[in-house]
Design a protein around this ligand. Structure first.
Ligand SMILES: *Cc1c(COP(=O)(O)O)cnc(C)c1O
Length: 393
């Protein structure tokens, strides 16, 4: 078969399965109202939980630091790409997480792939939640370690796998807040099992940082666990902090080892320095402006109470990620399209991002949303969901 024909077949199969994906191009900054095709939409799709992606103070900081540092970093960290801005951000992240050190990566995907492959090899075993983010899955596969997946948040299943394992090193890996479900990993149990079975623990708190805990310190603070309970802690900067990039926080020796061995740290260009400087400013705002987390809680409670009275099938979640479970990919896609016709942007999440038969609408809130926005969303959902369900009969 020619390449051309193979690709045509691949694309048409995606269409047939309601799994075809495409970008929605919008014309301005990330904010609750997005402009797309000459029309305004109220959007519930971004991970800009604190509403910092278009904050004027951060725009100012970005401009100022760009005047000083120029645009690109020009090289990898270990070559000539590491500036005082990167250094200051790594220090700020170490302080923020209460760790000895933090290491910047260019993206969360790269932080996860680089960290897992640096730590694990053929003789080792990785214990992973079934709903972990794709970057954790890919890191595990690339490491060539044995991968054992346990049912979502099922600590008994995890313990059974740990009991059976004879691997040299064991690594338990989990999302902190699950990116497509919004529920939180049972961290106290994970910490206890890691200790009991002499396993290492890695948590990817991409959606917890900035959102959970009084000052946004993430999942450890959420459970009031001692700072440092998670030895390998990953965070991203493109979500609640509103900028771009990611980090791993941990002990001095962990970070030293990653610098020596994490290939996605070594063999790639460092973040633009002005982004690092801007993220330092974002980190301060994220910690001090507690009203942003309070507003998120107001929105979440209002939405869940409204959805309950309207019989909207929500997944269990107390975070700004709220899922409406529809099951069938075509239904999720159709619901998303019908909402768009009503000026509401909500993403349909389909396999392979989520398991088969669990397609859903993924709603996310930002601190810049207002209660009236949530009311518009609820009205839209209550109109659209019966139409989708009717068609399925
Ligand atoms: C978004 C996300 C990532 C990837 O982070 P990027 O910086 O966007 O590459 C990793 N893990 C989880 C859980 C995420 O949600």
């Amino acid at each position: 078969m020619s390449l051309e024909n193979y690709l045509k077949q691949l694309i048409s199969q995606r269409h047939a399965d309601s799994l075809y994906r495409s970008c929605k191009t919008h014309e301005g900054a990330q904010q609750p109202v997005l402009r797309h095709n000459q029309r305004n939409y109220l959007a519930f799709c971004s991970n800009d939980y604190l509403g910092l992606a278009s904050d004027p103070r951060l725009q100012q900081a970005f401009g100022d630091s760009m005047q000083h540092f120029g645009i690109g970093s020009g090289a990898a960290h270990l070559v000539a790409g590491h500036t005082t801005a990167h250094q200051q951000l790594e220090q700020a992240l170490a302080e923020f997480t209460g760790r000895e050190r933090a290491l910047l990566f260019s993206t969360g995907y790269m932080a996860n792939v680089g960290t897992i492959t640096a730590l694990m090899g053929r003789q080792d075993a990785i214990f992973a939640d079934r709903l972990n983010h794709a970057s954790l899955v890919d890191g595990a596969l690339l490491s060539r370690a044995q991968v054992r997946r346990y049912a979502h948040n099922d600590m008994e299943a995890l313990e059974r796998l740990l009991t059976q394992s004879k691997a040299t090193h064991k690594l338990i890996v989990s999302d902190g807040v699950f990116s497509m479900d919004g529920d939180v990993a049972p961290l106290p149990e994970l910490v206890a099992l890691a200790e009991k079975y002499d396993a290492w623990l890695m948590i990817d708190d991409a959606h917890g940082f900035g959102v959970l805990g009084e000052k946004g310190q993430g999942i450890e603070a959420h459970f009031q666990l001692p700072v440092g309970s998670v030895p390998i802690l990953v965070g991203t900067l493109g979500k609640a902090f509103g900028t771009f990039g990611a980090f791993v926080a941990g002990s001095e020796i962990l970070i030293e080892a990653l610098i020596q061995t994490a290939r996605s740290y070594i063999y790639t260009t460092a973040l633009p320095p002005s982004l690092a400087a801007t993220t330092c400013a974002a980190l301060k705002i994220a910690q001090t402006e507690t009203w942003r987390r309070e507003q998120l809680q107001n929105l979440i409670q209002h939405f869940r109470a409204g959805a309950a009275t309207l019989n909207i099938p929500l997944l269990p979640s107390d975070t700004p990620i709220q899922g409406v479970l529809l099951g069938n990919a075509a239904h999720a896609l159709q619901a998303s399209q019908l909402l768009a016709e009503r000026g509401l942007l909500v993403t349909a999440i389909r396999p392979p991002t989520v398991p088969q038969h669990t397609a859903r609408l993924r709603i996310t809130f930002s601190a810049l949303h207002e209660i009236s926005h949530v009311d518009q969303l609820l009205a839209g959902l209550s109109e659209v969901l019966p139409l989708v369900r009717k068609k399925s009969r």
